[in-house]
Design a protein around this ligand. Sequence first.
Ligand code: BJW
Length: 254
Amino acid sequence: MSEPKDRTIDIADTDRIESARELLSNAAQLVSFTGAGLSAESGIATFRDAQTGLWAKFDAMKLASADGFARDPELVSSWYQDRRRAMAQARPNAAHRALAERADLHHITQNIDDLLVRAGADPARVVSLHGTMTRDRCHGTCGYEVTIDMHDPPGLRTCPTCGEHLRPAVVWFGEMLPMEAWTEAERLCLGCDVLLVVGTSAVVYPAAGLIALAKDAGAQVIVVNTQPSDASALADVELIGRAGEVLPALLSSK
Ligand code: BJW
């Protein structure tokens, strides 16, 4: 199979953008569901893109799982230190800003960066399904959490309460999603008129299952991605292009 092309939005898509804008203008409840592609134009690597994705260079199970952390906590910790520094340097892009400027939207994100909030989105309207890089938490059960200086992230250290290792407050493979976030995400998907799916391969569950949940509950689904994805089959309108180009065209008040 040939490599999918990273396409920019083209003139043939303008009709589709108009269709999508019409869906949005008729909707009372709008929810975005975002993935790593939203932050790609800020210079943060996605996971599964060929060549540039993190999993093309690193072994996901060695670095983003409790087993990997148990095997080599220093390695995992230093990988997250590097990524935190990169995230601190990154700036919100036009796609984050277009989403944030629409105060009527609720957001469900798989992203662990804070760029949507730094673009101005109301944190109370952002559900972070896979946690956040901005905090560490105890890898044990004591519940200790602490905010991180992303410009000067700490290396491996132990919990001041119970002595277990601290680790990023993100969701690794095989771990449950935060219950409160999951419940809120389900509620939003069951109640929305339009789900705007942006920059996700839609292969990681249970998060990806939210698209079908919203669709089955009657929502229209708009998908924005540089290439077809597992969300394509559920799309009422699919817009192939970069989020930083498509979202301003889609969400601006004109
Ligand atoms: C652009 C663009 C631009 C680029 N504009 N678009 C079968 C086998 C084995 C396991 C499982 C299985 N079925 C389910 C599971 C479990 C597993 C899973 O889903 N695995 C699948 C991969 C198969 N799920 C879990 O383990 C979850 N927990 C769970 O299920 O708990 C229950 C349980 C408990 C105990 C035992 C078993 C089950 C937890 C999942 C946690 C995911 N964590 C990560 C890492 C976070 C920390 C970190 O970053 O270090 O979350 S993995 C990674 O994937 C990250 C992301 O949030 C997530 C989703 O990725 P996303 O955002 O879609 O990124 P990409 O790279 O995949 O896609 C980017 C897209 O953007 C592409 O389509 C591009 O085209 C596009 N794009 N530039 C627009 N400019």
